[in-house]
Design a protein around this ligand. Sequence first.
Ligand code: AMP
Length: 113
Amino acid sequence: MEGCLFCRIVSGEIPSNKVYEDDQVYAFYDVAPQAPVHFLVVPKKHIASLSEATEEDQALLGHILLVIKDIAAELGLDDGYRVVANTGSDGGQTVMHLHFHVLGKRSLIWPPG
Ligand code: AMP
């Protein structure tokens, strides 16, 4: 989608520190990490947020979660990690392209702010 920051990262127009890529998914380190390991996993397809996903995206969403599991294992997040999909204004979403934050290598508190 023209003008979308994460679409421009997926296309390579804006550089990123890539963690993983396949035909459906792109993962890259967050530019403002909130944990020693903090990366984002996005679908290559433009979906504005989780609230915009449809039945058609079911397999894609499942694939993303399994990719997250595999990357976390690859990066040695053996003590656990947190997966977050900020959604909409109350969810604190600032980039309107569905993305999953993955945070690890520190103990995270709950509830979040
Ligand atoms: P959210 O607030 O959940 O929409 O998350 C957006 C995330 O994108 C934030 O954690 C930002 O630090 C991150 N971000 C913004 N621009 C970039 C970029 N160019 N490369 C990597 N991460 C970015």
